[in-house]
Design a protein. Structure first.
Length: 56
């Protein structure tokens, strides 16, 4: 399970630089011994937005 929030900085009308900070939680193991992992992650990315052509 995870949750996150992000921000996009638009370089121009079609390109955005994205950063997301998230929190993840994961359980692993059998019913007698369960290990829980919790942690933060940072994701960086580039988004390209394609313009829709106007119809005639």
């Amino acid at each position: 399970m995870g949750i996150g929030a992000g921000y996009v900085h638009f370089v121009n009308e079609s390109v955005g630089l994205e950063a997301i900070l998230g929190l993840n939680s994961n359980e692993d193991g059998d019913p007698d011994f369960v290990t829980t992992y919790n942690g933060f992650n940072l994701q960086l990315g580039v988004q390209f937005y394609l313009a829709k052509q106007p119809s005639n």
